[in-house]
Design a protein around this ligand. Structure first.
Ligand code: NI
Length: 258
């Protein structure tokens, strides 16, 4: 079985111009104060032996522009919620020539809602946060020489810093959890606790002398998940933390559970 994901970008608003030819940046193209959205359409299936395609991406582009963009235009005009328009979009894409798996709507580059074709009663809400922290990778189970060889510059005795990006993925009923509440919770439980800290020195979670774990990006994702999941459950019954993804750089990220 294969999965193919196609990203389609488009603008919605009184000046949006469907004559655009730059699908990379968005078609209809943005003008004035139009809103800009991004949809990631994922399909699952077998690959055609003749074409090598699971689905012709032009069919996805056409379906989004012909059937989904008008739903957004109407939804914005009528004051519907993004989750409601997303559900309508999943319905409008159900007739694609390959099985629709999910549709993920980026409302901003940092905030998205995803709905699976197989479960249109819930959405997965994601929002990105950032924080800065120092850490040092040094395992007490290894010799100083082995630590230097394994971790290289990451074993630097006084540590080094990263601008981390954190993205919780929360499954909930559409519109059940306001974004501001997820933000407040994540800020209190994760960001305030770790921002501008030396993870090994200032936090018990990553202080191996106090039973903590090494602050690798894999462990950071797990520690954050273990902190946020119960707080979210307490705050909002029905909202479930599915996953936390942490980027250490724009080239390295870890998700837990993976
Ligand atoms: Ni590092």
């Amino acid at each position: 079985m294969h999965t193919l994901t196609r990203t389609v970008r488009f603008a919605v608003g009184p000046s949006a111009d469907a004559r655009g030819v730059n699908g990379f940046a968005g078609n209809p193209s943005v003008a004035g104060f139009d809103r800009h959205y991004e949809l990631r359409v994922s399909c699952r299936g077998e690959v055609d032996a003749v074409t090598g395609y699971l689905i012709d991406i032009k069919a996805i582009d056409r379906a989004v522009r012909d059937r989904v963009v008008p739903l957004f235009v109407a939804g914005v005009e009528d004051g519907e919620t993004p989750a409601s328009v997303l559900r309508q979009s999943v319905g409008a894409l159900a007739s694609l020539p390959a099985a629709l798996q999910s549709v993920r709507l980026f409302l901003t580059p940092y905030h998205s809602l995803e709905m699976a074709a197989a479960d249109q009663t819930t959405v997965v809400m994601r929002q990105r946060f950032d924080f800065s922290a120092a850490h040092r990778l040094h395992s007490p189970s290894l010799s100083d020489e082995e630590n230097r060889r394994l971790y290289g510059k990451c074993n630097n005795p006084r540590g080094h810093g990263h601008n981390y990006v954190v993205e919780p993925a929360v499954r909930c009923k559409p519109d059940a959890l306001p974004l501001a509440e997820l933000e407040a919770l994540t800020d209190r439980v994760i960001i305030q606790a770790f921002d501008h800290k030396h993870l090994n020195e200032d936090t018990v979670e990553f202080d191996v002398r106090k039973g903590g774990v090494l602050p690798s990006v894999e462990n950071i994702a797990r520690v954050f998940f273990d902190r946020l999941a119960p707080e979210l459950a307490k705050h909002s019954s029905g909202a479930v933390l599915e996953r936390i993804t942490v980027w250490e750089t724009d080239r390295t990220c870890a998700s837990y559970p993976g």
